[in-house]
Write a protein that binds this ligand. Structure first.
Ligand SMILES: *Cc1c(COP(=O)(O)O)cnc(C)c1O
Length: 397
């Protein structure tokens, strides 16, 4: 396949990369990227097959390794994150698993933010723990805690910023310096911001993790993930594990995510606008005790959010006066908002983290992570903001 119009991403601005990077037209001259639903590829001869298998000749062999639709998605996301290389994965969790297994060995140590996706905590504690890879959890924003937790065998620092669901932040550039002066890699799960709002590699991070399931899809259809970074880390270690262990992305899902990337920046801006309006409104409600949203002046890290992100994201959490019953009543009073623990969809979603996303943590772990029984998380969608407010009003009255 040759396409004289394949763009050189560096020559173009972010919005243009989102629409065009990675596209290589076939001889059919299609304008929209094709889906290649094929598990294997044919060779012109036995000699070509041998050359492809040995790696002497570049090209497709089998879709667990490479697929043209998946490659287009990978090149586009890499161009948007400013990464040398991106590999797509079957889910966000397999992106994290592939990063850890690809880079770490028994005896290595991870320092991780305590405020991470619940399943990631289970992966680190239970499954990596079984392999002899220990994790120390620290408070996300406390740089001294990170410094003190690092040991000679520490290889990886891991975090999400803003965190889920309390939208806590860390100064990525400051933490990258700490990581590098201790010979550690810094991995940032950039799921909440996406490259449209935050580009961690430019701030010094080494690895970016994505759950493409969320804002990259943007309409709640497919499960997928990605890892971005250098050719060395991502192209060798992470991809080396992926192509062997097998949690790679399907061509169909890659196509859905490609289409998602094209509108990502526009959608993220709209999510941010709705979320800020909702957060400001929630702050005025008598039964709301506290609102967590980095765009609010009342957020303790509002200044850092303005400096590090170009928007504040679509997740708003808040604590109600009352306990679990008040939370569940609010959830049950909604008529439009979806009761689901997902996020990053055009549809606004409501969840009670303590009994859903963080339900597998022990009560002590939940308390340490600040997930109280009266906490509610809203993944603010793209409906009219007045309808979202009206739906929440039913249970806030
Ligand atoms: C959803 C999520 C994940 C896991 O992604 P899956 O696609 O569900 O495997 C990881 N990190 C964050 C921040 C998430 O929200």
């Amino acid at each position: 396949m040759t396409d004289s119009k394949k763009i050189i991403a560096e020559d173009y601005a972010f919005a243009t990369r989102a629409v065009r990077a990675g596209q290589e037209r076939s001889g059919e001259g299609e304008n929209s990227e094709p889906i290649f639903p094929t598990s294997s590829y044919v060779f012109a001869s036995a000699a070509e097959a041998a050359a492809r298998f040995s790696g002497e000749q570049p090209g497709n062999v089998y879709s667990r390794f490479t697929n043209p639709t998946v490659r287009t998605f990978e090149e586009r996301l890499a161009a948007m994150e400013g990464a040398e290389r991106c590999v797509a994965t079957a889910s966000g969790m397999s992106a994290i698993t592939a990063t850890c297994i690809g880079l770490l060995k028994t005896g290595d140590h991870i320092v991780s933010s305590r405020s991470i996706f619940g399943t990631t905590t289970v992966l680190f504690e239970h499954f990596l723990g079984k392999l002899g890879i220990d994790t120390t959890f620290v408070d996300l924003s406390d740089l001294d805690a990170w410094r003190q937790a690092i040991r000679p065998e520490t290889k990886l620092l891991f975090l999400e910023t803003p965190s889920n669901p309390l939208t806590e932040l860390v100064d990525i550039a400051a933490l990258a310096k700490i990581a590098h002066s201790n010979d550690c890699l810094l991995a940032v799960d950039n799921c909440f911001c996406t490259p449209a709002l935050q580009q961690p590699l430019a701030l010094g991070a080494d690895i970016i993790i994505h759950s493409a399931t969320k804002y990259i899809d943007g309409q709640g259809r497919c499960v997928g993930g990605a890892v971005c970074g250098t050719e060395d880390i991502v192209g060798e270690s992470v991809f080396g594990f992926l192509r062997t262990a097998g949690p790679t992305m399907s061509a169909f899902n890659a196509w859905v995510f490609l289409k998602g990337l094209e509108t990502l920046e526009l959608r993220m801006r709209a999510h941010c606008d709705n979320a800020l309006a909702l957060a400001q409104w929630l702050e005025q409600q008598a039964v709301v005790e506290r609102v967590y949203y980095p765009g609010l002046e009342s957020h303790p890290q509002h200044a850092l959010a303005k400096q590090q992100q170009s928007g504040f994201g679509g997740i708003v959490s808040f604590e109600l006066k009352g306990g679990q019953e008040a939370g569940w009543n609010l959830v049950d009073a909604t008529r439009m908002i979806s009761i689901t623990a997902n996020l990053g969809d055009t549809k606004t979603m409501i969840t009670h983290p303590a009994t859903t996303t963080h339900g597998r943590l022990s009560p002590e772990q939940r308390e340490a992570a600040g997930i109280s029984d009266r906490l509610i998380r809203i993944a603010v969608g793209l409906e009219d903001i007045e309808d979202i407010k009206a739906d929440l009003s039913r249970g806030l009255g």
